[in-house]
Design a protein around this ligand. Structure first.
Ligand code: SAM
Length: 285
């Protein structure tokens, strides 16, 4: 029987499994990282198309079953199984990642992949439908959120298929979707902590104007503290008296974004805004 805590829902529809592997556009020279291979329904199809598979599986019982499944076949020596938690694992080199893992780890999994170096070529990942739609959401979409902009800063993400519950055994409670995520290479030269700090402010109320979002006491307090630290550590004279609210609103006006709303802005807008703040010594982390 399958272990519910480990989100074990085996993909039983071979057409869906083949679809996922086809959409990875594997090359015979590729090393593939598979996360959560389970009994290996995807693994055997991946092995046909590439040079090597490193599969990270947390459940030793399933790892043994997978080992048995390839035993005595020509694919046996192409498969390396790492038993353990993907979240804690030191990842090996890989060209492509394929994953159908429990949905609780979706967000951490995405960022762990995007932080990995060297940058990999592509990934095909199964997620809960709503998470997948958030990943691919564009400015103006109702699901456009901090996750969308943060992931799309580092990768191109595309929805490739919907997968209904009944393709799994046992069926999960939610619908699923498969996305392809291709990291931008080279990665954009952005300080992610700064970027994410700005996004946290913008997306608290994404439909409010930037001017309104930058007027709350908590935001003002944080920016003022950061600004003082920045001035102190960069030998900069601070305005006396310091009117942080006016300084921030001044930047918004200067870039013409005071009346804009995060929900409708794109990556270029955010980059421009971040640069304008930084130019004034205003920092978000
Ligand atoms: N990929 C298989 C398939 O499509 O049939 C199995 C999918 S099942 C939804 C998820 C698999 O991920 C299970 O085999 C589970 O044991 C494994 N798993 C869960 N958490 C994991 C983790 N943190 N690291 C590695 N594997 C994990």
């Amino acid at each position: 029987l399958f272990n519910k805590d480990l989100g074990q829902h085996i993909l039983k529809n071979p057409l869906v499994a083949q679809g996922i592997v086809d959409k990875a556009y594997l090359r015979p020279t590729d090393t593939v990282l598979e996360i959560g291979p389970g009994t290996g329904n995807l693994t055997v199809k991946i092995l046909e198309k590439c040079k090597k598979v490193v599969a990270v599986e947390m459940d030793p019982r399933l790892a043994a079953e997978l080992q048995k499944r390839v035993h005595g076949t020509p694919d046996q020596k192409k498969l390396e199984i790492m038993i353990g938690d993907f979240m804690k694992a030191k990842l090996p080199y890989f060209d492509v990642c394929i994953s159908n893992t429990p949905y609780q780890i979706s967000s951490v999994l995405v960022f762990k992949l995007l932080e990995h170096r060297p940058v990999f070529r592509s990934s095909v990942l199964m997620f809960q439908r709503e998470f997948a739609l958030r990943l691919v959401a564009k400015p103006g979409d109702s699901l456009y959120c901090r996750l969308s902009v943060n992931v799309q800063l580092f990768a191109k993400v595309e929805h490739i298929m919907k997968v209904g519950k009944n393709n799994f055994r046992p069926p999960p409670q939610v619908e699923s979707s498969v996305v392809r995520m291709e990291p931008r290479n080279p990665p954009p030269p952005v300080d992610f902590k700064e970027w994410d700090g700005l996004m946290r402010i913008l997306f608290v109320r994404k439909n409010k104007t930037l001017s309104a979002n930058f007027k709350t006491d908590s935001v003002m307090e944080m920016l003022e503290t950061n600004y003082k630290t920045y001035c102190a550590t960069h030998d900069m004279m601070m305005e006396d008296p310091l009117d942080m609210k006016a300084k921030v609103q001044g930047v918004l006006t200067k870039v013409g974004m005071a009346e804009e709303r995060a929900a409708k802005m794109d990556q270029d807008d955010y980059l421009k805004l971040l640069a304008a703040f930084n130019e004034e010594g205003i920092h978000f982390c």
